[in-house]
Design a protein around this ligand. Structure first.
Ligand SMILES: [Zn+2]
Length: 298
């Protein structure tokens, strides 16, 4: 990515499974390949620092990785090892934090100083940017709202009667996590429970357009639950903008209908927080990793 935020080169390799050394070598190989390409264009090869976005986080106390879905990284000093391997400084941040930084820096929330970024995909993640800097926190988990419990007892329905659904046990072991109701597979499960049909989220969203009653009801419930979950974030952080990313962020009613429910749950006489769609889509995670190095520091 250049200094204007334009991606100039892009390369992707599969993550080696269950082998830490191979993961290190894959990253080194990618960096060397991209550097070669960039050098060929610019006519020079400069040693540049590296920014990495990853699921999970780096512990500030120990410098070791944790909560990574590439489990071979957990417990390892990834940053120190990469710095030694590539002889250059490396910064590592959670991928949702990188997403939020990308959108706060030059995306859908550019120019705002208090931003909450939300990933609604196969899981639910979140990140915070204050004054265009990611907030990571002492435990490295700032913004991780996906495993907060969703207070379903407080869900206030309109005229819609929501069907009873059994509580959900999250893979993390907790009960009724935000993720277990608001991730893409969770949304699809809700529709399946009501309709008996296993459909992917985009298909359910298009059934709403066709006025299919079960799809309308499940989508309405999703808006309501998302507002309930976001209200806890707004009450604490009070962001100017909340940026939605991930597969479900393509559902347009999240921006038109969901905000109507916020008034019920946010502790304020009015809610001025804007809910906006990510500008950079799937590229925001890697863009944000690059922005971990502001231009003035490179
Ligand atoms: Zn959980």
């Amino acid at each position: 990515m250049n200094g204007q935020g334009d991606i100039t080169h892009r390369s992707r390799v599969d993550t080696p499974k269950d082998n830490y050394q191979k993961a290190l070598d894959a990253i080194k190989g990618l960096v060397e390949k991209l550097e070669k390409e960039a050098g060929a264009v610019a006519g020079t090869v400069a040693v540049v620092p590296i920014g990495i976005g990853t699921p999970g986080a780096i512990s500030h106390k120990t410098g070791l990785m944790k909560n990574c879905n590439s489990t071979c990284l957990n417990g390892m000093p990834l940053q120190a090892d990469l710095e030694t391997l590539m002889s250059r400084p490396v910064r590592i941040a959670n991928d949702a934090d990188c997403f939020t930084l990308s959108e706060a820096r030059d995306g859908a929330a550019a120019g705002t100083n208090n931003v909450f970024g939300v990933i609604l995909g196969t899981g639910v993640g979140g990140g915070i940017c204050l004054n265009q800097q990611p907030v990571q926190g002492i435990n490295g988990i700032a913004g991780e709202w996906g495993h907060n419990p969703l207070a379903l007892d407080n869900l206030q329905s309109n005229n819609t009667i929501f069907p009873g659904m059994p509580p959900r046990i999250c893979y993390c072991g907790r009960r009724n996590c935000v993720e277990s109701w608001l991730a893409g597979p969770s949304f699809e499960l809700s529709y399946d429970i009501v309709s008996g049909r296993k459909l992917r989220a985009p298909a359910i969203a298009s059934l709403v357009q066709q006025c299919e009653p079960d799809a309308i009801m499940i989508m309405d419930r999703y808006h309501n639950m998302l507002a309930l979950a976001l209200s806890t974030v707004i009450n604490i952080l009070d962001p100017e903008k909340i940026v939605l990313g991930g597969g479900l962020s393509n559902i347009t009613s999240l921006y038109t209908e969901m905000p109507k429910y916020l008034d019920r749950y946010v502790f304020s006489d009015r809610v001025d927080t804007e809910i906006v769609k990510a500008k950079h889509g799937d590229s925001s995670g890697v863009r944000g990793a690059a922005w971990l190095w502001p231009l003035e520091e490179t």
